[in-house]
Design a protein around this ligand. Sequence first.
Ligand code: ATP
Ligand code: MG
Length: 446
Amino acid sequence: MQNRIYIKDLKDNIGNHSTSSGQKEIIIAGWVDVRRDQGKMVFFDMRDVTGKVQCVALPSRAEVIEKAKEIRSEWVLKITGLVNNRPEKNIKVGVLNGGVELEVTGIEVLSEAQDLPFDLDTEVNLDTYLDYLPFKLRTERAKDIFKMQASILDAYRNSLQQQGFTEFIAPALVGGDAEGGAAAFKVDYFNDHTAFLATSPQFYKQIMVGPFERAFTVAKIFRAEKSATTRHLSEATCIDFEMGFIENEREPMAVLEQVIRDVVQIVKEKHSDIFSHFNTTLPLLPNEIPILTLKEVHDILGVEHAPDMDPEHERNICEWAKKEKGSDFVFITRYPTKKRAFYTYEDPKEAPYSRGFDLLFRGLEINSGAQRIHNYDMLVAKIKERGMDPNKFSYYLQAFKYGMPPHGGSSTGLERFTARMLELPNVKEATSFPRDMTRIDSRLSE
Ligand code: ATP
Ligand code: MG
């Protein structure tokens, strides 16, 4: 739109006397937020992507006031007006445009809105929120969440690039299931061949160690999770990296730690306001993220040794790390090899524990990683040991057949990372268009 200015820039146009005849008219466009009639005047707030401003229609402008009386919340308008200072008593300190208002000289209706199911800012339960997502995504809360997510993703990418990683695009249609177990969605299309939606870009990022040594991808993963939880989606976004020539899993852990540091630094610089809107703080990140073995976790929590952690243990050990180590992040290592994916490396001296690790953040696993098996024969043996057919993995195995360095990497769930950053109780709120067992946009029960 020609000559449109953003609402955040209005204060630079106060009493802008560009001609001798008077003030300069400016143009804004956006949505009507709320309308308030006061005596003969009509007040309404206009909202665009940058913020809000109070507009006032004066009775002296007959055409304007007639139109102003018709408009309703969420109508889309193009407005011409004059930016005035507010009377002293009406100034709102510390609020965008708290010192100015727009005297409306013209209203053009670009689009009308039907009656709303509820006011935009009405608090509703999660299901209703998701039912009305195309509308509710316009709230400040949702905008904050996805602004934060965009910054996390951007900072994550930049950090990996800085650390020498090359980005590639992983396929979402695959011939087999990477994890050899994780529930995959079957695709009926390729005649006699079974295809699936990828549960992970794992195989492809390992193959990319061949050309790039250090490779990463931002990939959609699809998991037919069989239960509805606050941390599982059917479709999620993973930031996956893989790197060659490592000595052990500590090297990918160090890369990941640097990424976390860079992400926290960026959100600190850009989004201190968002943290305060959500009543939370910047994550605590000491000089070193604490590293505990699974055994140490169970000892600290005073619970029986077990091959894995349940959600309650994840929460409790994070509480401990926060209190004792001043960290909202904690690494867990030395899971039993049999509990990890088949390609996870186990050093004979460390058996039966693997070189896998998880990163927990504010009570939840947000990342899993490992050193991987790089030896062809060992990998084939592992596949057989798990009761799978190496022939089904021949494409992946080609990378190993023709020489693969020791390597490892990790995978972060973007929605979980975002959810914990703002302490959102459900990962679905950190997903712009969540899919789970019960919903693809609309509820599946309907
Ligand atoms: P969990 O045990 O919590 O179900 P996982 O160990 O199966 O997760 P991984 O295979 O390690 O998950 O995937 C790497 C990361 O991807 C996880 O740490 C998580 O952040 C994210 N992730 C995996 N599955 C999902 C899902 N269904 N919904 C949202 N994020 C997921
Ligand atoms: Mg995991």
